[in-house]
Write a protein that binds this ligand. Sequence first.
Ligand code: SAT
Ligand code: MN
Length: 609
Amino acid sequence: MTTALEKWVEEQARLTCPDKIYWCDGSEEEARRLIEIGTKEEKINGQAIFHKLNQENWPNAYLHRSHHSDVARTEHLTYVCHPDKEIAGPNNNWMAPEEAKEKMRALSAGCMRGRTMYVLPYMMGHPDSPYAKACVQLTDISYVAISMRVMTRMSKKVIDKIGKSDDFVKGLHSIGDLNPNKRFIMHFPDEHFVWSIGSGYGGNALLGKKCFSLRIASWLGFQEGWLAEHMVILGIEDPKGNVTYVTAALPSACGKTNLAMLESALPGYKVWTLGDDISWLNVGPDGRLWAINPEAGLFGVAPGTSLKTNPNMLRALKADNFFPTLFTNTALDKDTNEPWWEGLDGAVPKNVLDWQGQSWDSSSGLKAAHPNARFTVSIYNSPTLSKEFDNPKGVPISAIILGGRRTQLIPLVTEAFNWQHGVFLGARIGSETTAAAIHKEGVLRRDPMAMLPFCGYNMGDYFRHWLNIGKKLKHPPKIYSVNWFRADENGRFIWPGFGENIRVLKWILDRVNNQVEAQKTSIGLIPHSKDLDLSGLDIPERQLDKLFEVNPEEWQEELRDIEKFLRQFSGRLPQEILEEYEALAEQLNNSRPCEDIEDSIRFTDRGGA
Ligand code: SAT
Ligand code: MN
């Protein structure tokens, strides 16, 4: 008897007309075969899918060059198709489900002709985890098949697990003709179904990632009482060997991967990696918040990755461990056949092909690697992988860190007064845009919990859901805002970042373990200067003051922008968030002079060593 899965695959094949259907088993042998096919046989516009790199220096590594228009997520072509527009909210593009399907059916008719349909059975989460989900994606390009094998737990066992049931997450993906005018990423949350055509790029094409594990999973979490978040998960080990687990949300291309694999600049401290992008958070029977990473790979930004910024990542990329490692849209050193990108250690190679495979002139002012060039590597390659990574229960979370990229205004670190204040702190976060999505770079936009592009339902309801989760937690994690990107009057970053961020993490550990007090400002709690370990750093006092400055005048414009953003959700915005907004506005307006709030006083004067 045909199973629901087989029937579904047949139906999609009838529509898309592939030459062949290939059911993947997730084995290493199969991955080698698919790489071989992608290197020698499968082509797009006459170009092979994979180029084998120098295996001596970069074991198991392959380069993929995408279509030049297909280099980042396309948020304007991404739709969340709830039956009712109001459920999708102003934070999502919306189309009625039937209309969206009709459009996609027309675009997909015969789209796999001449190609192979790969059937990819995979789990998001450890198969033994009560929180894991069984999924199947169809795709017509080996690049996506291989990427999914690295990023998820792909195995034919998932097919047995699904059995006769119809309860699995469905993804239908085709690169189509890569025409940006015929590119759409459609989500059908109630059917646990994602339909994507016209792009081979990560977030548009690896449907287990942002599409399912955030947009659809956030909707499931809303209905079932858990959270799907754009957060890294890490364990921080102190000099006594105690490990504290935290999650951190930062928008795409703001250093999540570097944070997840941070090499500590403080002796005795160590960071253990559990995830670099997504976490699913559940309230445990003990009243704590527990996190799992549904993914099994790292999909990070290559430019800027070096022995200085992320030595552990370079070790992972060079590890001769899990097969394979992919580079997408990096440059290529023609002499050595090695991948190259801006910011990599060592001298600029002489003979470089840019990310489109053209000879690169280093004096042209153009970048050789695309700014959103990526690597795809198994998390098991990471030298800092936490021993808890495969624990089906996940890890208990003591702190949630929420951040953005702000060259102005926002202090290095602030602690929320309580959960509700923390939800507001997350709701008001803004960030300057990056190359991870197609839009103008460096423009400030509100990006609550770094979820603006990924929340699969109305953000007003999302804030309410966060507040409700807080009510269910007996031991809620403390919530922090961080900003590594504050710049001085010459536009230079004040904080050294990268491995030095451990100093901020250490303060957070000390706070959650009740080791230190904090001081109050109108926007939250900040460290006493004696409690932020700055030993060995050489940051002038004036710059330190700038890092923590809360200037009520500068905040006026921010307040207006926050209010404008929140007003979009008016009918569904929780009263508590409005109250927090009003309290903040009042605090800032009254903060000079006031007895216990001393924003105008310098950081280095306060509780100084
Ligand atoms: O393109 S992805 O969504 O996979 C990466 C990112 O933008 O965070
Ligand atoms: Mn991301």
